[in-house]
Design a protein around this ligand. Structure first.
Ligand code: 5GP
Length: 194
């Protein structure tokens, strides 16, 4: 099983995923590789693998990306070798990726994928959350607001919709989704009666 979570910047995805992972040790965050500059408070190798353009080009050439996309003028990608390592260790990878990558992943993994679109409670709240991020410039915030409108248009492609109105409640809904998915016949694998 692979869990895919997409939502516009400002939907509160980072806190949502952080809390979700803290409460379920079977989940493992899929660390993406990006050319975006590191933000204050972020840790290289933990939040992302921060690389330069040449390194990113090399990984494309080696075909190590399951998907990659240009998001807000920076490149982000999910590495096949990382996903393989996580599933081999018996973990459930959690992918936090944008709509372009998300739609590609949905098309690639016809089974075993749980796709979730995370909504902010309202457009006003989304804007408020983006503006409260002191690290981003005015231009970055404006681009993200415009992109958010476009991103929400892709929500139809996702199986589950979760509104992040209250973090605890939203995480609880997500845990219910995972619990239900685990009861799918294909995820149980073998007949319990042998
Ligand atoms: P941020 O720069 O705010 O951390 O992330 C910007 C956007 O890039 C978010 O929507 C995030 O989900 C997306 N993103 C992060 N990693 C990946 C990835 O590996 N692939 C794709 N396609 N998008 C990603």
């Amino acid at each position: 099983m692979i869990v895919l979570i997409t939502g516009p910047s400002g939907a509160g995805k980072s806190s949502f995923i952080h809390k979700l992972m803290a409460e379920d040790c079977r989940l493992a965050f899929s660390i993406s590789t990006t050319t975006r500059p590191i933000r204050e408070g972020e840790v290289d190798g933990q939040d992302y693998d921060f690389v330069d353009d040449a390194t990113f080009d090399g990984l494309i050439e080696e075909e190590d990306f399951v998907e990659w996309a240009l998001v807000h003028n920076n490149r982000y990608g999910t590495r096949r070798s990382y996903l393989d390592k996580m599933t081999a260790a018996g973990k459930i990878p959690v992918l936090d990726i944008d709509v372009q990558g998300g739609v590609n992943v949905i098309e690639m993994f016809k089974t075993g994928l749980v796709s979730v679109f995370l909504f902010p409670p309202s457009w006003d709240e989304l804007e408020r959350r983006l503006r409260s991020r002191a690290t981003d410039t005015y231009e970055v915030i404006s681009t993200r607001l415009t992109n958010a409108r476009n991103e929400v248009g892709f929500a139809q492609r996702y199986e589950y919709w979760v509104v992040n109105d209250d973090l605890d409640a939203a995480v609880q809904r997500m845990q219910q989704i995972i619990a239900a998915e685990e009861l799918r016949r294909v995820n149980i694998g073998s007949n319990p009666l042998g």
